[in-house]
Every structure is written in C-alpha cells, then in structure tokens.
Design a protein around this ligand. Structure first.
Ligand SMILES: [Ca+2]
Ligand SMILES: [Ca+2]
Ligand SMILES: [Ca+2]
Ligand SMILES: [Ca+2]
Length: 408
C-alpha cells in the first residue's frame, strides 16, 4: 500500500486497523489524528497574568486540553477553528501563569483524544507585556511604547517591518533583546528558511545609532547601548533579507534589564560550590555563588535577578574530572602549566593572541581525550587544540570535531 495515495489524516488509522477502516466516519478519522503545532502567538506571557494565545497548526479541532511543562502554568482550550483556504487551524487557549512561576521556556502541547501534539515553546517572563499594533512598519508609524522595561510580542508577516519608539534616560544602559529562533524547539532544514532577525536603533531624527544582526553566533540579536541623552529612541526589527511569515514570531525585550555577557569559570565539578564572576550590564553584583548538581553533564545555568527582573541564563559545564584553574603566563611550551590527568581546566583566552599551554605526564601507551567545552556553553571562543610531545613535535591537532550528522 502506498500511503501517499491517502490524505494525510487517513494514514495513521489505515495503518492501525487495516481491515476495519471502512467502518469509520469522517468525524472518527478526524478524532484519530494527532494535531501538529506550527507556531503559537504570543509565544510567552508574564508571571501573575492570565492571557489568551492562538495555537496555529494542523488537525487541532479535536483539541480538548493544553499541557505546559514545569511549575505554575495551567490552561484550557477556549475554542478551536478549522483550517480555511487562507489559514491553518487555530486553537484559542487561555493560560494562567502563577506569580511565582519560574521564568524561562516551557514546552506547550495540546491534547486531543488521539494524543498530544508536538511541542511549541512558551516563554514565562517577568516584565509587563504588550503586543505590537500594525501599522507600525514605517519610521513615521513607530508604535509608542509607554513604559520600559517591557516585552513586546510581535510577528514579522509578509513584507513586514516593525518599528517601536521608547524613551530612555541619559547614562542608562538599555538592552534590546530579541527572542525569535530561540522560541522554536525545532528548525526544519528547508527553503525558504527561518526568521533571521536584525535590529536597528535610530534617534528621533532618523540617524542610525546601532545595528545588530547576530549576538555572537546566535541568530537572535541583542543590542546594548548607553543612552547619550534623555529622549526618545526608535528601534526597528525585521528579517535580514526582508522575508516574512506568520510563524516569524518574536519577543522583543527593551529596558534597563540585567544581561550577562560572560561568566568565569565556565564549569565546575558535581556538588562543588563556586563563586562565578559575571560580566554584563545592569547586574546587581559581579559575582554569584552556584552549587553544582550531583551528577556530571547535568544541566546548570547561572542567572541573576536585579530589581525583580531575571537576567538571561548562561549554561555551566558540570564535569567529573577534578577542576583546576589556568595560571598565566603559560604562552609557550616552556611556560606550560603542569596539570594532572584527568583534569578539567578552567581557562580563558583573555586577550588577542593569547595561547594557553598545559603539560601532562603520561606513562606507557594510553588513549587520551582532549575535549574543549566553549561554544556549547555560550562562550564566543572558537578553539583549536594542538597536542605536542616533549620535543615540541606536533602529534595531533583539531579545530572542529567532524560530526557525521552535520550535513553542511
Ligand atoms: Ca509592521
Ligand atoms: Ca508585525
Ligand atoms: Ca589564558
Ligand atoms: Ca596564555
């Protein structure tokens, strides 16, 4: 049997009950199909509020419940609307977010008698939330944002640009942070691709003050600027090549919010307590104490709170080999720092041209692994590791690990 001969919503039933499918009505088929979420809008909500969101996708009409992972977010399906010629199916969902619900991304799924949908990410935030109001596509149409800090929920639809105007005080450091691709749990590898947000900041005369495309290697931009004088500023958000689609959903946060740009060290051992040094803006302190979970390779992220606002979170490596700190100067093989094996070395390429040499003593024939954890923990470092013998002869070098599943 060629499944492609059947409409999509028949396939699963045909597969499960090949001899009985003729007995089912069309309605029964509809009930037997697991829905699929394409996107949700808005993609987040503020703690202590109840809001309605639209869940957009396929086969959502049978949805009878919503499930959000983690603590403190509950909801119900208010109504469902079937797909039309111009729109996918929509489930209107009401969500209630407890005042103490932890800030961050959650998995949101709809339930129907056939099972659960795929997940969409739903962001729990701690800032007042407003929605974009079109038309806001021209400088002259900039949507006035009454108060910051704020999180703006918007969409870059076809040929769309979104422009917002806000006021700021001289001397403040304002962060404009976009969450767009980060709000997608899965990005299919296909044309025409996904939202690549870019952000431009202007003064009220239309003079460009700043432009950001990516934040390091993240496609979602972050713009940090020190306000030169009291007054209004205008921020423009669009796709880098002027694409637009209903699922180009974003959350733009603007304000004097805490934002961590770097942490050190980047890792610790299980159960270890470490004082982590922070770089960033609007931070309440330049250190924070963290305690690692009991098991290596578990999840640990560092974030701080300033005036009730939670910063971004930076992941830390939890590694089993005992931690040792890099000691400069170590820029030549002669100055190499002796370290035990195994070891987890916390180091930093702290200035242009910095090289860090470490020496280990190995007895007999052994197979050793040298693994750098940097980018995966949101460090901007693109590292190269070289192994030398005692005479300085190069034995091995690695820039990037070849991943058989990485196709580009
Ligand atoms: Ca617009
Ligand atoms: Ca828009
Ligand atoms: Ca160093
Ligand atoms: Ca060095």
């Amino acid at each position: 049997m060629n499944a492609e001969l059947f409409p999509r919503n028949l396939r699963s039933t045909v597969f499960v009950l090949p001899t009985a499918w003729v007995l089912f009505s069309a309605a029964a088929f509809a009930q037997g199909v697991t829905g699929h979420i394409d996107h949700i809008f808005p993609a987040g909500g503020t703690r202590g509020t109840t809001l309605q969101i639209e869940v957009v996708g396929d086969d959502l009409v049978g949805s009878d419940a919503v499930r959000v992972s983690g603590e403190g977010v509950t909801g119900k399906v208010v109504e469902t609307k079937p797909a039309t010629k111009t729109s996918k199916a929509i489930a209107v969902v009401e969500l209630t977010i407890d005042a103490d619900a932890p800030v961050g991304l959650r998995d949101l799924r709809l339930h129907s008698p056939a099972g659960f949908t795929n997940r969409a990410f739903f962001a729990v935030g701690d800032l007042p939330q407003v929605r974009e109001t079109e038309p806001n596509s021209l400088f002259s149409q900039a949507q006035q944002i009454e108060k910051t800090p704020v999180t703006i929920d918007g969409q870059i639809t076809q040929a769309d640009i979104d422009v917002f105007r806000f006021s700021a005080k001289a001397g403040d450091t304002i962060v404009c942070r976009v969450e767009a691709q980060r709000l997608r749990p899965f990005l299919a590898d296909g044309v025409p691709g996904w939202f690549q947000a870019v952000m431009t900041l202007y003064d009220t005369q239309g003079r460009q003050l700043a432009y950001v495309d990516d934040y390091y290697f993240h496609p979602d931009p972050v713009l940090i600027f020190e306000v030169p004088k009291d007054g209004d500023y205008v921020v423009e958000l669009r796709d880098s090549i002027f694409r637009g689609r209903d699922d180009f959903v974003y959350r733009l946060t603007i304000g004097k919010i805490p934002f961590i740009t770097s942490v050190f060290p980047r890792g610790l051992n299980p159960k270890q307590k470490v004082t982590v040094h922070l770089d960033g803006v609007n931070l309440p302190s330049d250190t924070v104490d963290v305690v690692a979970p009991d098991t290596p390779r578990s999840l640990l992220a560092v974030s701080v709170e300033a005036d009730g606002i939670r910063s971004n979170a930076i992941p830390l490596a939890v590694t089993a080999p005992p931690t040792t700190a890099e000691k400069e100067p170590n820029d030549t093989p002669k100055a190499a720092q002796a370290v035990p094996v195994p070891a987890s070395i916390d180091g930093r390429i702290e200035k242009p041209g910095d090289v860090d040499f470490f020496k280990i003593h190995v007895s007999g024939k052994q197979t050793l692994a040298f693994e750098v954890a940097a980018r995966r923990y949101e460090s901007p470092l693109d590292s190269i590791v070289t192994i030398l013998d005692a005479t300085g002869k190069q034995l091995a070098e690695n820039d990037d690990v070849e991943d058989p599943f990485f196709q580009h």
